[in-house]
Design a protein around this ligand. Sequence first.
Ligand code: GRF
Length: 202
Amino acid sequence: KRVVAFISGGGSNMLALARATQAADYPAEIIAVISDRPDAGGLSKAQALGIPTFAFARRDFDSKDAHEAAILAELGRLSPDILCLAGYMRLLSGAFIQRYEGRILNIHPSLLPLFPGLHTHQRAIDAGMTEAGCTVHFVTEGMDEGPVVLQGTVPVLRDDTAETLSARVLRVEHLLYPQALLQLANGSVRMEDGRTVRPLSR
Ligand code: GRF
């Protein structure tokens, strides 16, 4: 399966996906990386692996529609089967999502539906959570909504700061996202009527 990863930042999850998918028996490969930020640190990491990168700065476009149209045009050329949002800090429009319905994954560093959106780690600490984690989910129209594919958990320690907790969660993210992509790529999970379905035949 052909996968395009979307990033806005350091791209460590994209890198974890790229490395995992290089295994000979992995049923997907990262064929390109798209960023909404030309200065995203992950772009050079992708290039170092020989993965083509495309940057579409939002400020170069008059509207969200025009920005997405440019990205969709590039996707038309790349013809991916699956899109993996990996720290992509923009909400995709409903029209965009429908175009790739059931074929877009996102990773979020909380145990959704808890703590969607920003500052998740601090909010988990402030809420007194003893467990935190990360979620890979199908992308639907709401932010950090959509049916769950996989979750991974870590303990919240007494002295945790947002920084120490996020580092612990990030290590799990790097294991979880390649597993979730594997399941979507090999057909052992799919989205149907807004739900996650796992055919019993696998
Ligand atoms: C990760 O924590 C991801 O879950 C969140 O943004 C962060 C991106 O980190 N959505 P990276 O760019 O993959 O290093």
